[in-house]
Design a protein around this ligand. Structure first.
Ligand SMILES: [Fe+2]
Ligand SMILES: [Fe+2]
Length: 203
């Protein structure tokens, strides 16, 4: 455990907060179910990273941090978005929970994380984004399939991810879009752009 934490601290640059301090912060701040989801995403991201060329330490830290703002109520998310100059579009006005991703990236920065790929992974883990870095793609998929996840279709995504990373990523994005359509809700333009980019990436 000690060695793992030392490894994690190496991927934080600039004004560093040691990883054990970040873990302590998350343990004290997140509700237990969210902490255990974050641990699951961190473990899954590390495992997925191995086959993709992504730095496993970077993936694990991004996994730990990706939902660091998920527990905040809508009004706090809206206020923090204003404080950090984060755009609140009509989707986020309607569903402020969407802001937990960009607000989470701002909070992670505040915790001392300056690695651009980790911050992008946190920022884009809900909607996706075209050209998002490998670490962000790893977190997007890990978030959908960590062992604590239980929803209709999750097994299909896990099976696709076992075949290869890109197949898993496509299955995860497709499931999200299909679910949104099945509920007759609008698809965020960023998710459409993410999907259109994703289908053109060679395996
Ligand atoms: Fe999230
Ligand atoms: Fe999550």
């Amino acid at each position: 455990m000690q060695e793992k934490q030392t490894n994690l601290s190496k991927v934080i640059t600039g004004e560093t907060m040691l990883s054990d301090e970040i873990l302590k912060y998350l343990k004290e701040t997140l509700p237990p179910d969210l902490f255990s989801h974050s641990a699951g995403v961190a473990r899954t991201a590390r495992a997925l990273a191995g086959g993709t060329g992504c730095d496993p330490n970077q993936a694990e830290l991004a996994g730990w941090l990706h939902d660091c703002a998920r527990h905040l109520p809508p009004n706090d998310l809206l206020a923090l978005a204003r404080t950090h100059n984060i755009e609140v579009d009509k989707f986020s006005h309607r569903h402020p929970v969407l802001l937990h991703a960009p607000v989470g990236a701002a909070l992670a920065k505040h915790l001392g994380v300056t690695n651009k790929d980790i911050l992008a992974a946190i920022r884009h883990h809900t909607l996706g984004a075209p050209q998002m870095p490998l670490t962000a793609r790893v977190i997007y998929l890990a978030d959908k399939i960590e062992p604590g996840r239980d929803y209709q279709g999750v097994e299909n995504i896990r099976l696709a991810a076992e075949k290869n990373f890109h197949a898993g990523l496509l299955a995860a994005a497709a499931q999200t879009i299909t679910y949104t359509v099945s509920r007759k809700q609008a698809i965020h333009p960023m998710t459409v752009a993410f999907w259109n980019w994703l289908v053109d990436i060679p395996d």
